[in-house]
Design a protein around this ligand. Structure first.
Ligand code: FES
Length: 113
């Protein structure tokens, strides 16, 4: 059965979000894919993607501090595991994590939009 264009928009696919050298090691960058605001991080040679909005009071996690595989929220320092989006400080405040792949110099995130 054929899918309508609106159904196709909802399918997950890889979106190019940056080149490798656009996100310095130890830092993050906010990107928008459709309605999603996603924080991309470059940590220890790997790239990670989680929701940018901190579920505590709405800070941009992309501006947080990276350490030990986690991002610490810039406002109140709740810590989120980059790989899974789990909040260590308050486990009920987890955020969504997205699959990331790097091809050549390009960084891609798997999500709807
Ligand atoms: S807004 Fe992120 S910990 Fe408070």
């Amino acid at each position: 059965m054929m899918k309508s264009p609106s159904q196709n928009i909802e399918e997950r696919r890889y979106h190019k979000v940056a080149t490798v050298d656009e996100i310095a090691p130890g830092s993050g960058k906010k990107v928008e894919i459709g309605d999603n605001e996603i924080a991309i991080f470059h940590f220890n040679g790997e790239f990670y993607a989680i929701d940018d909005l901190c579920p505590h009071r709405g800070a941009p996690l992309s501006e947080g501090f990276l350490e030990a595989g986690k991002v610490f929220c810039p406002w109140h320092c709740f810590d989120f595991i980059l790989r899974t989006g789990e909040c260590v400080t308050v486990p009920s405040l987890h955020v969504q994590a997205y699959e990331v792949k790097v091809e050549g110099e390009d960084v891609f995130v798997l999500c709807r939009g």
